[in-house]
Each structure stands twice: as C-alpha cells, then as structure tokens.
Design a protein around this ligand. Structure first.
Ligand SMILES: Cc1cc2nc3c(=O)[nH]c(=O)nc-3n(C[C@H](O)[C@H](O)[C@H](O)COP(=O)(O)O)c2cc1C
Length: 185
C-alpha cells in the first residue's frame, strides 16, 4: 500500500474542495497549510513517511499563495538532507480566470519537487479541445503539468464545476497508481 500525502493551502475553500477530490482518487491523506502558513502537528512526519507528495495551492497574483510559499521555504529543512529524494511529486492549482497564470503556480511546484530530488507526475490526460468539447469534459482546461480548476470570482465552493473536480479525482488516482507501479512495497 503506497502512501500519498496531499499538502495544500486554500484561502477561501475552493482549492480545499479540489484537494478533497485528489484525496478521493488517491486514497491519500490531506494536510492543510493554515492561514499562517503552518502545518498541523505531525505534518512533517507524515510528509517524510509518504511515497508521493501532492502540492496544492490557489493561484494568487500569478503564483502560489504566500502560505504555500512559507511551507515551501520551511521544507528547506528536509531539503538539506535530501530527505525527500526519489519520492513522487505532483501538483494542482485553482484560480478565477480560465488561464489566470495557473501554469506559473504549477511550474513553481515542479521546481520545488526538483529541488527535493523528486520525480514529477503530470496529469496524463489529453485535453478536451475539439469543437465538440464541453466544459465538463476531462481536462477541458488543457493542462499537462498537473490538475487545474477554474472557479469564477463570484462562484461559491459549491459552484465548482464537476468536470474540474472529476479531473482532480482522476489525477489523484493516477498518482496512487504510478506510485504503486514504481515504488517497492
Ligand atoms: C490575492 C488574490 C490574488 C488572486 N490572483 C489571481 C490570479 O493571479 N489569477 C486568477 O485567475 N485568479 C486569481 N485570484 C482568484 C483566486 O485564485 C480564486 O478565487 C480561487 O478560487 C481562490 O481559491 P481558494 O478559495 O482556495 O483560496 C486571486 C484571488 C486573490 C484573493
């Protein structure tokens, strides 16, 4: 049984709902970064024990939220010892605009994973980009590097689109399946 940890920040709940979808798909454990950018007690130990770490953050001002960045900076401690080397990593983000510079957030998460000596798992689903495609089709937003969701600025958490959440759920499943295939029991 592989262990997946989903470490995420969410200011207003949308990214949290996405994180829950990733957890449903992966069977992983959620680890919320709080409003001060801190992990709950036992959080670092849980990350150390994980085979796969999935990063999640809203895109704010074209990048990850400062709370996620504080967590990333604090991960310099395991980085010193390369304690997360060869773990699997993946990432997801959510923002208001269709594009909204979400890729900047995913790109940062990939860089963080590489600094830790990890192996990156992308979305692995072709985009639904034909004329016939509709908004709730798999990967309608057309990401390759990780899962993304769009929550319009006036959308409540309950308004999040089922297609984006299903894409996140399938992404979680993929991370768990890749971990089971690549990592020794
Ligand atoms: C400070 C701030 C900056 C934001 N910057 C962006 C942005 O660069 N691009 C975008 O598309 N949406 C942006 N948004 C919208 C959020 O990404 C969006 O509301 C998202 O659903 C928030 O996720 P959360 O509920 O998990 O905090 C911003 C929101 C805030 C509060």
């Amino acid at each position: 049984m592989t262990r997946v940890a989903i470490v995420y920040h969410s200011g207003y709940g949308h990214t949290q709902r996405m994180a829950q979808a990733v957890a449903e798909g992966s069977g992983g454990q959620l680890l919320a970064i709080d409003a001060d950018g801190n992990l709950p007690a036992g959080g670092w130990e849980l990350l150390q024990a994980a085979d796969a770490i999935v990063f999640g953050a809203p895109t704010y001002m074209g990048g990850v939220s400062w709370q996620f960045k504080k967590f990333a900076d604090a991960s310099s401690r395991p980085w010193y010892a390369q304690a997360w080397k060869d773990k699997l990593f993946a990432g997801f983000t959510n923002s208001a605009a269709m594009n909204g510079d979400k890729f900047s957030s995913l790109s940062y998460m990939m860089t963080l994973a590489m600094q830790h000596g990890g192996l990156w798992v992308g979305l692995g689903v072709l985009p639904s980009n034909s004329k016939a495609a509709t908004r709730n089709d798999p990967n309608f937003l057309g990401s390759y590097s990780g899962a993304i969701a769009q929550s319009p600025s006036d959308a409540s958490v309950a308004d999040m689109l089922p297609g984006d959440l299903e894409t996140a759920r399938n992404f979680g499943r993929r991370v768990a399946e890749v971990a089971a295939r690549l990592l020794p029991c």
